[in-house]
Design a protein around this ligand. Sequence first.
Ligand SMILES: [Zn+2]
Length: 191
Amino acid sequence: MDEESRACLAATLLTSHFSPEVAVRLQEQRRLHGEAFDYSVALDHSVGEQVRVSDVMGPGSYQPAARSQGFRRSIVMHYDHRCALCGIRIVTPEGQTAVDAAHIVPWSVSRNDDIRNGMALCKLCHWAFDRGMMSISDSYTVVLSRNLSSDNNAAGLLGVLTGRRLVGPLANELWPHRDNLAWHRKQYGFT
Ligand SMILES: [Zn+2]
């Protein structure tokens, strides 16, 4: 339970059970997980501040891998492994989940890891959302692009999702921000 003792124990195990090369890699992994955990806690604390997380925390203060892992940790936890659009929730006995942590306004555009710029989405919904085949209305219902049902497409499960209410986090203040949803609809020509 004590951070100092834990670090000492980890160092002893690494030097006594692993080759120096492997020990270095494991140490780096440990540091990355710790940084990702810190980042996810910081994300949870920054909700509602109406500012970009990257501004608050300073870009570059976290390794990209830790940022990505921390964002994923927060989003998947708040959505309880459930896809916001289709509602699928599958976790393997090993704890692997069917959902990704998706950005609504992409990170490359927004540099925004605010939880309200994210959703947990299954692989198919993530793919379709990122390509503008699906979006979300101002009243948090699923809207589908006409392109989804164009000639030769068979939308399957996605085709029946229109009008379905978003499955969001328990806490209302963590639901997607309407400005982010509006950006996505505009970007992909939803009216
Ligand atoms: Zn889905």
